[in-house]
Design a protein around this ligand. Structure first.
Ligand SMILES: [Zn+2]
Length: 217
């Protein structure tokens, strides 16, 4: 926006000040101000949140509330090694921690009932025909909108990095790719932060994702 157009707007605002105050009150905190609405559901993604026993590409659920608890598989074939755990803890503390989520590591995870640990990270084959390095699926839908427990599987061999962990965690809280966002954006749009595909290793949330999270939770 050029400086002259700002000046023109400010002159008009003198006449419309009463209406402007009303508009701000109604829209404050809503994602309409964001670059794009990439929080499920959008007009391009309304498939519903369902319970799945394994990954099938269904990633369309919000998490059930603003208290975001997570657990990392600590034994058996799907356990995360120390270096993978350190990446997840760092992403949750430094990338998701500053949002309106209340993020905490759940050392006594719940896998049943109505207050399950929200996100369970596993190191595992992704199990889909496409060559994805990570996948997110809802294990226990609370409604067609929200999931009580999401599983994130990321391949071994060094794939637990900041960008992909941020990306799959984004899906676990309802964030979508550019082609499901409204207005629709390119999947490679840089303003999608770590929800861009393919995902850069060092990418974080960036402003648009944070605005959508904070408007929703
Ligand atoms: Zn994705």
């Amino acid at each position: 926006m050029s400086i002259p157009s700002i000046r023109r707007l400010s002159v008009k605002a003198v006449c419309l000040s009463a209406a402007v105050v009303t508009t701000v009150a109604v829209t404050a905190g809503v994602a309409w101000a964001a670059y794009t609405d990439n929080m499920y559901p959008t007009q391009y993604e309304q498939s519903g949140c369902f319970s799945e026993s394994g990954p099938d590409g269904q990633v369309s659920c919000q998490t059930d509330n603003a208290t975001l608890t997570y657990y990392m598989d600590g034994a058996g074939t799907n356990m995360l090694e120390t270096e993978d755990r350190n990446v997840v803890i760092s992403v949750m503390n430094t990338v998701y921690g500053p949002t309106d989520f209340s993020v905490s590591l759940d050392t006594s995870p719940e896998f049943s009932g109505s207050a399950e640990t929200d996100i369970v990270y596993e190191e595992s084959a992704v199990g889909m025909s496409e060559s994805a390095d990570g996948v997110t699926f809802c294990n226990n839908a609370a409604s067609t909108l929200k999931c009580d427990q999401q599983y994130i599987r990321i391949r071994g061999g060094g794939h637990y990095v900041k960008g992909l962990t941020c990306h799959e965690t984004g899906h676990a809280v309802g964030l979508l790719h550019g082609n499901k966002s409204s207005p629709m954006r390119s999947n490679t749009d840089e303003q999608l932060g770590c929800m861009e595909t393919p995902t850069s290793d060092e990418e974080g949330l960036q402003a648009n994702n944070i605005e959508n999270i904070n408007a929703t939770y």
